[in-house]
Design a protein around this ligand. Structure first.
Ligand SMILES: [Zn+2]
Length: 212
C-alpha cells in the first residue's frame, strides 16, 4: 500500500508491527523495497537490534521502531517513509494546516518536527529523542528526511502515513494555487484551530471518530 501511494524509495523506508509476545518488532529486511515485501522478508528485531527470528539484513534505523514502541504502549505499528510531499512541506518550515480532510486526522495539535538530524536514526539515543518529539501525536516530520506515523495497529499506522502525505500534497497545491492568484483572498489557507473541525476521520471505519 505504501509503495502504491508513492512512498516507496528503492529499498529505503520500513514499517513494523509490535510482537504480541513482547520480543521486539516485526520489520521488513533491509534488502527489499516496500513493493517487494513478503512474509519471509520480514524478521523479528529486539530492542538491542538483534535479529531473533527470520532472515536477512536488518535496517539500521530499527531504533525508530523499538524506541517508539517502548515509549508508546498504545502503539502497535510504526511506519517510516521518505514520503515526498511530507519532505517538501516540512522543508519549507511550514506547519501542517487543516486545508483538507486528511489533515484533520492530525491537526490539531501541530504535527511535531524532529530536527536533531536529517540523517539516519541509527542509535537508541536518537530513537528515544525521536519518540520524545513524537509525544502523543499520530505522526512526526523528520525534517529533510521523511515521516514517521504510528497507530494502534500496523494497518492504522499505514493509513496515517498515507493520509499525512496526502495532506501535505494538498497544502502544497493550495499554496501553489494561491501563489498563481495573488490578488485573491487567502485567509482560508491557514484556518485557526478554533475554526477547524475537531472530528477526526477513522482509518478503520471510514467514518469519523474522536478516538486517538
Ligand atoms: Zn529514512
Amino acid at each position: 500500500m505504501l509503495a502504491a501511494a508513492g512512498q516507496g524509495d528503492l529499498i529505503w523506508g520500513h514499517s513494523s508491527a509490535r510482537d504480541p509476545d513482547g520480543r521486539g518488532v516485526w520489520i521488513k529486511a533491509a534488502e527489499w523495497g516496500m513493493e517487494e515485501v513478503t512474509a519471509d522478508r520480514v524478521h523479528l528485531v529486539d530492542d538491542q537490534g538483534a535479529v531473533v527470528e527470520g532472515e536477512g539484513a536488518r535496517h539500521s534505523e530499527y531504533p525508530i521502531h523499538t524506541e517508539i514502541m517502548a515509549a508508546r504502549p498504545d502503539v502497535g505499528g510504526v511506519v517510516h517513509t521518505h514520503a515526498p510531499h511530507a519532505v517538501a512541506l516540512a522543508a519549507t518550515g511550514q506547519s501542517l494546516r487543516p486545508v483538507s480532510h486528511a489533515a484533520t486526522y492530525f491537526f490539531p495539535p501541530e504535527v511535531p518536527r524532529f530536527t536533531r538530524t536529517a540523517d539516519l536514526v541509527l542509535t537508541r539515543e536518537l530513537g528515544r529523542s525521536l519518540a520524545l518529539t513524537l509525544g502523543d501525536a499520530r505522526a512526526v516530520f523528520l525534517v529533510n528526511h521523511g515521516l514517521v506515523a504510528v497507530g494502534r495497529t500496523l494497518e492504522a499506522a499505514t493509513v496515517a502515513a498515507i493520509l499525512l502525505d496526502r495532506a501535505c500534497a494538498q497544502q502544497l497545491r493550495t499554496h501553489a494555487g494561491a501563489a498563481a492568484h495573488p490578488g485573491r483572498r487567502t485567509r482560508n489557507l491557514c484556518p485557526s484551530a478554533s475554526t477547524s473541525t475537531t472530528t477526526r476521520p477513522s482509518p478503520r471505519s471510514g467514518t469519523t471518530s474522536s478516538a486517538a
